[in-house]
Write a protein that binds this ligand. Structure first.
Ligand code: ATP
Ligand code: MG
Length: 566
């Protein structure tokens, strides 16, 4: 069990746990669990829960955190999700050691404990249909009514439950319910269902079972069987806590342990959606390209986009753990990535919107190799060689014929410095005779200005460039918010979240010149393309010699309108 960089972090849950330890509760053990349902891939909200559960456990020598798949809904679950969840947790930097579990491992034990509840008069077989059950349940303002099955004798309940298991009844004809109270103000306590008949194949247990336990019944018992001390979950389970405790109280003699459920608020991130249902709609409706589309907030999507595990862990630490609503701006997540890559990503040059310039005072076959540091402050990142030739590409936006006030880049008869190289002067503009569009610039280079200021002139601007004669061509993918509104899931005005999709969330630029060294970019590497942002090779589509780069994040928060354009 390990969790990197668990600094002296504190929040109300860690405080409770520290107090429990000080009282020697649970014999000094701290055991947590991350309990995903394998019915979708993990997202940044899950990362919050993962960092909390694994993080808390790693703070204590006796601490451990289990990875448990709460697999009680076989029709929605898939083995592929189990694999992807394991991969994502590991990628985030956490390790469950030998403690990988499945709630389905406990199906037999759960069944036996249900019989115990029946024998104690705490559970009964109900024969209402789903519609009738809903009708009997009552509402928030009206109490429920008792099912006719509620008055069944223990022996009849046992016989019926055994017959349910033996496959003698059709799906949906009977359920096992807890006998609590139909008048409880908490609807979760109105004789909740514990077992349903469902003839579905299960990815772990095959066709062994035709009855399946419900999530609420399974979750608390699984926690207890694993000796979990603190069962940390999101606030929507707060109203389920009385049921969690009720079930464990009834089974006190059978289960040695009664974990403590503590709730915290879910992470909600602006300009995206996090519900599995909505994510599934986006993927199956081809609104995005798969679960790892770089625009999705899934862990796989963030990884493909170029997020580092460190940046996601830092983000989770920054947002903290409370019970207050946790709506977070996307800019915070992006900033965590910038901070990480600022110090760790080697620099490189690429031109996204190329304008050719010709350095007239250099010979046609001019070729100068310039060795430059990959990072001005981080020597460990080494050096690379740039090639300067007579013809270069610069960004179209770095030249203005009629410059706005304060424009410090290239203008007619003006000078600018080429990054890592010389000062150049624009001597003229070549246009397309038909359209009058600028096709290239005629410039001269002052070869006395490498690493030094030109004599008697001030040159303020520095621009990036790539040789037009010696470069590699790359596909560049630029991403914007997937949605146009901060809370796409809120559809107070009607419609669906799909109405708010941003049609310009992906822009593909083909065959853009990037410096030659980038032809060898490896998967998992991150680069700062100077002045353009942080980029990393696409996991699926990038190949040596034909790189495809995803922009992970721009250099500044473009949405803060600092500089809307690249
Ligand atoms: P479902 O609707 O399928 O239950 P879920 O997002 O709750 O979706 P789970 O697989 O049940 O998915 O989640 C596993 C754990 O992650 C749970 O303990 C849950 O509380 C936590 N979790 C899920 N979403 C968030 C979120 N946005 N912020 C923090 N924790 C979350
Ligand atoms: Mg859930």
């Amino acid at each position: 069990m390990s969790a990197p960089d668990e600094k002296k972090q504190t929040d109300f849950i860690r405080t409770i746990i520290a107090q429990d330890l000080a009282r020697n509760l649970n014999d000094g053990r701290v055991v947590t669990r991350f309990p995903p349902e394998p019915n979708g891939t993990l997202h940044i909200g899950h990362a919050k829960s993962i960092c909390l559960n694994f993080g808390v456990a790693s703070q204590y020598p006796s601490g451990r955190c289990h990875l448990r798949f709460d697999d009680t809904n076989p029709e929605k679950e898939e083995i592929a999700y189990i694999q992807s969840i394991k991969e994502d947790v590991r990628w985030l930097g956490f390790d469950w050691g030998d403690h990988l579990y499945f709630a389905s491992d406990y199906f037999q034990r759960l069944y036996e404990l249900a019989e115990v509840l029946i024998k104690k008069g705490k559970a009964y077989v109900c024969s209402l249909s789903a519609d009738e059950m809903r009708d009997y349940r009552g509402t928030l303002t009206e109490p429920g009514r008792q099912s006719p099955g509620r008055s069944r004798e223990v022996s009849e309940n046992l016989t019926l439950f055994q017959a349910m298991r033996a496959g003698q009844f059709a799906d949906g004809t009977h359920t096992l319910r807890a006998k609590i109270s139909m008048v409880s103000p908490n609807i979760n306590m109105r004789d909740p269902t514990l077992y349903r008949i469902r003839r579905v194949h299960h990815h772990q247990t095959g066709d062994q079972w035709c009855i399946y336990p419900t999530y609420d019944y399974t979750h608390c018992i699984s926690d207890a069987l694993e000796g979990i001390t603190h069962s940390l979950c999101t606030l929507e389970f707060e109203d389920h806590r009385p049921l969690y405790d009720w079930i464990l109280d009834q089974l006190q003699e059978e289960l040695a342990c009664h974990p403590q459920q503590i709730e915290f608020s879910r992470l909600e991130l602006e300009f995206t959606v996090m519900s599995k249902r909505m994510l599934t709609t986006l993927v199956t409706g081809n609104h995005v390209c798969g679960w790892d589309d770089p625009r999705l907030p899934t862990i796989a999507g963030l990884r493909r986009r170029g997020y580092s595990p460190q940046s996601i862990r830092n983000f989770c630490r920054l947002i903290g753990i409370t019970k207050a609503p946790n709506h977070v701006e996307m800019a915070l997540l992006e900033n965590c990535l910038r901070e990480d890559l600022e110090v760790n990503a080697p620099r490189a040059m690429a031109v996204l919107n190329p304008l050719r310039i010709i350095l007239d005072n250099l010979p046609e076959d001019y070729l100068e190799e310039i060795v430059v540091a990959n990072h001005s402050q981080n020597e460990a990142l080494g050096t690379r060689t740039l090639v300067l030739t007579r013809e270069l590409f610069i960004e179209r936006e770095d030249f203005e014929e009629t410059p706005p006030k304060g424009f410090k880049r290239l203008i007619p008869d003006g000078e600018v410095r080429l990054r890592h190289a010389y000062v150049i002067r624009c001597q003229g503009v070549l246009r397309n005779p038909k359209t009058q569009a600028i096709e290239s610039l005629r410039c001269t280079v002052d070869t006395e200005t490498m690493n030094k200021a030109p004599e008697g002139r001030k040159v303020k601007g520095v621009i990036h460039w790539v040789s037009a004669q010696r470069h590699c061509k790359a596909e560049i993918r630029l991403y914007d918010r997937l949605f146009n509104v901060p809370q796409p899931a809120d559809n107070k005005a009607g419609g669906t979240f799909l109405d708010h999709l941003n049609p310009e969330s992906l822009q593909i630029l083909e065959d853009r010149p990037v410096e030659e060294s980038l032809a060898a970019a490896q998967l998992g590497q991150h680069f700062q393309f100077e002045r353009l942002g942080y980029f990393s090779p696409d996991i699926h589509d990038s190949t040596p010699g034909k790189p495809v780069f995803n922009r992970s994040v721009s250099l500044r928060d473009s949405w803060a309108k600092v500089e809307k354009k690249i």
